[in-house]
Design a binder for this molecule. Structure first.
Ligand SMILES: Nc1nc2c(ncn2[C@@H]2O[C@H](COP(=O)(O)OP(=O)(O)OP(=O)(O)O)[C@@H](O)[C@H]2O)c(=O)[nH]1
Ligand SMILES: [Mg+2]
Length: 263
């Protein structure tokens, strides 16, 4: 199993100088940086220190995701935020879980004793609300559906026919479709320390609206291709996997929503 640590970055010079030396290059097979036209020396720092850097051509974080993941040579992708929001020491733990056969391992900021020191009141409420709503619709008990820090099989991009390329909702779409396809997902606790330097690029209200749109869309569209997911769709619930999607039954299906609309 080959692993790619994928680092989207834009103007994070203070964070990368502290965080990158904490990553042992031997933990992964590849470290791939996608730089979104940084103007503070971030790209130059990565290049001078021997990292593979792609200069982003598309717009926004979601664009960086697609450019990075498509260029990655790993079978497993780990998006990593080098602004101190992702704990470097969790990288081996994420990989170890993937090696147990999971399709996606999420570093939850709210599982067990984990905490986010980076949340403000708006992001705390937003994370809580989206996680609760997602659980309601998917009938699951995830603790963190939005965190970017996770590991997943690269092939999920094609198997799940992911198609959100322009708006920041990658995590929402991959989660909904993975659950629908009854893939094996697990969360491990992972603190989110405060960002170091730089500025937040994420716009909570815009992101919230994008997430809402994608969540509603994903409730009603897309069903797993039985040919691609034959084994998973037949599998009985796996008691070892707390988030095994084998018991997935949507709270709302196309049929039930059509009934609701008619009523
Ligand atoms: N290549 C690229 N990286 C980006 C872009 N926008 C944000 N990033 C980086 O992606 C990582 C995560 O950023 P975001 O999820 O937007 O969050 P943030 O700006 O750190 O905001 P908070 O974590 O909520 O404070 C950081 O390393 C950012 O520098 C972009 O347009 N292109
Ligand atoms: Mg951040």
């Amino acid at each position: 199993m080959k692993t790619t640590l994928f680092i989207p970055v834009r103007n994070e010079i203070d964070g990368i100088k502290v965080i990158m030396p904490m990553i042992d290059k031997d933990w992964v097979d590849e470290i791939l940086v996608v730089d979104g036209n940084s103007t503070d020396g971030t790209r130059e720092w990565f290049e001078e220190n021997g990292y593979k850097v792609i200069r982003q051509q598309s717009e926004g974080l979601c664009g960086a995701y697609w450019e990075g993941i498509e260029a990655a040579t790993g079978d497993v992708i780990i998006p990593f935020s080098p602004d101190n929001n992702s704990l470097p020491e969790l990288i081996p733990a994420l990989i170890a879980k993937m090696e147990e056969g999971y399709d996606m391992v999420i570093a939850s900021r709210y599982k067990d004793d984990a905490t986010s020191e980076d949340d403000d009141p708006i992001t705390a409420i937003g994370n809580w609300l989206f996680t609760k709503t997602t659980n309601l619709f998917l009938r699951r008990d995830f603790t963190d559906v939005l965190v970017m820090y996770r590991a997943f099989r690269k092939e999920l991009l094609t198997e799940l026919e992911l198609d959100i390329r322009k708006i920041p909702a990658f995590e929402m779409q991959i989660l909904f479709r993975s659950v629908k396809a009854k893939l094996k997902i697990i969360e491990i606790p992972g603190d989110e320390p405060k960002r170091i330097g730089g500025q937040r690029k994420m716009h909570p209200i815009y992101n919230g609206l994008c997430l809402l749109y994608v969540m509603v869309r994903e409730m009603f569209i897309w069903h797993p291709d039985p040919a691609t997911f034959a084994r998973e769709l037949k599998t009985e619930p796996d008691p070892e996997s707390e988030q095994s999607a084998a018991s997935y039954e949507p709270a709302l299906s196309i049929d039930s929503s059509a009934e609701l609309l008619k009523a």
